[in-house]
Design a protein around this ligand. Structure first.
Ligand SMILES: *Cc1c(COP(=O)(O)O)cnc(C)c1O
Length: 384
């Protein structure tokens, strides 16, 4: 029998990346905000209908920019899920703020919007909506709570590039949105990200914060005759080589998304039977959400998860678990606090495995993964 070896992720290259990088090279414009960056900005602004898109080094950098833009101070509180990547919290902890962790929903594993209002205090400044697996949070409810209490909404849409909520692009619904173009995401540039500034009132300060606290962007547009230090900022812009790579990817973003969604749909069909038998739970996508096929996960017996992952690996299938909830990590305990019991977070994070999903994964490989996992799960005695 043929020996399988199916990686968890395999970065997809369109083939045009090196041509655009060569163009940047011969054009001798290598610093940030050159022609490729401008093309990427225009594409993002048009595609997401945001007021202003700015390329950054990473989603982490974009989130750090939001903390600077909102002038987050010592003792401020930021509401977010515990079931997320560390950067969601770190960006605010770096400014002295305290993450307040709210439990997630059973179905989408996104922050439970019904629990947010009770977590608001006099110190709360913002809510971070993390769109897990590229499936949207309940943005209408979140925007309503925020408006009622005068809070800013930041979307951590690292996984949500090309996803929608009620027809609107994720990242373009809150006041600010953060994208990731990390190698493990859908549209990539190695390391890379973008900040979507949806609230036009924040747009000119976002440019300043990103350009070392100066009004250099205005100077280049001829709007001021010299540029000077305006406020606290840093360097968040990538060079043109990264932007050239990203430009190749953005041009194929629709095709990349279609291919990932097709693989996601095939997994969903292949695991319908195991779900009916009560052995796994498949992802839930609410009707109002258009997702981008970022991730296919299953929830299964936590007691058997390690064994299942080990046996998958022996069969050549590289499947992985995901976040250790922040409230149970040393950093989370030191810098944050949990609002109430995070029982859903604890249960779902202990039950989750992610399956290989990348452009180029074949239906045969998916069939093999589903058969292998089915046999393993049925030979353990756990039910979800
Ligand atoms: C990947 C990811 C990030 C970090 O993205 P980088 O571009 O690597 O900084 C942040 N938040 C979430 C939810 C992510 O999945």
């Amino acid at each position: 029998m043929e020996k399988h070896s199916i990686p968890f992720n395999r970065p997809y290259m369109t083939g045009k990346e090196l041509y655009y990088i060569a163009e940047a090279h011969f054009g001798r414009m290598l610093a940030g905000d050159g022609p490729f960056t401008k093309r990427c900005h225009a594409w993002l602004e048009q595609k997401t209908a945001t007021a202003k898109a700015l390329l950054t080094h990473s989603c982490t950098a974009s989130l750090e920019m939001t903390a600077l833009l909102l002038d987050i101070q010592d003792g401020d509180e930021i509401i977010m899920p515990s079931f997320t990547f560390v950067s969601t919290a770190n960006a605010f902890v770096l400014r002295g703020a305290r993450p307040v962790f709210v439990d997630i929903r059973e179905d989408t594993l996104n922050i439970d919007e019904r629990l947010i209002e009770a977590a608001v205090t006099g110190r709360t400044k913002a809510i971070v909506a993390v769109h897990y697996a590229g499936v949207s949070c309940e943005m209408d409810a979140i925007m309503r709570v925020a408006a009622k209490h005068g809070l800013t909404v930041i979307e951590d849409a690292a996984q949500g590039v090309m996803s929608t909520y009620k027809g609107r692009a994720l990242g373009a619904i809150g006041h600010l949105g953060a994208y990731s173009f990390h190698e493990t995401k859908n549209v990539i540039s190695g390391e890379g990200g973008a900040l979507l500034v949806n609230d036009p009132a924040l747009a000119s300060r976002a440019e300043i914060v990103r350009e070392k606290g100066t009004d250099r962007s205005r100077f280049f547009r001829g709007q001021v005759d010299k540029y000077t230090w305006q406020e606290a900022g840093s360097s968040f812009l990538p060079g043109e080589v990264i932007a050239a790579f990203l430009w190749a990817q953005l041009q194929e973003a629709d095709e990349i998304t279609q291919k990932r969604v097709a693989s996601w749909n095939l997994y969903h069909e292949l695991f319908a039977g195991l779900e009916q038998q009560g052995r796994v739970r498949r992802p839930v996508v609410p009707d109002c959400c258009g997702h981008n096929g970022h991730m296919y996960y299953l929830l299964l017996s936590p007691a058997h998860r390690q064994e299942i992952l080990r046996r998958l690996k022996e069969a050549g299938v590289h499947s992985v678990f995901h976040y250790v909830p922040l409230h149970s990590s040393p950093g989370g305990q030191r810098y944050g606090r949990a609002h109430g019991e995070l029982t859903v977070t604890d249960r779902q994070s202990a039950s989750l495995i992610r399956l290989p999903l990348w452009v180029g994964l074949t239906p045969d490989q998916q069939q093999y993964i589903a058969e292998t996992l089915g046999k393993i799960v049925l030979s353990t005695n756990g039910a979800t």
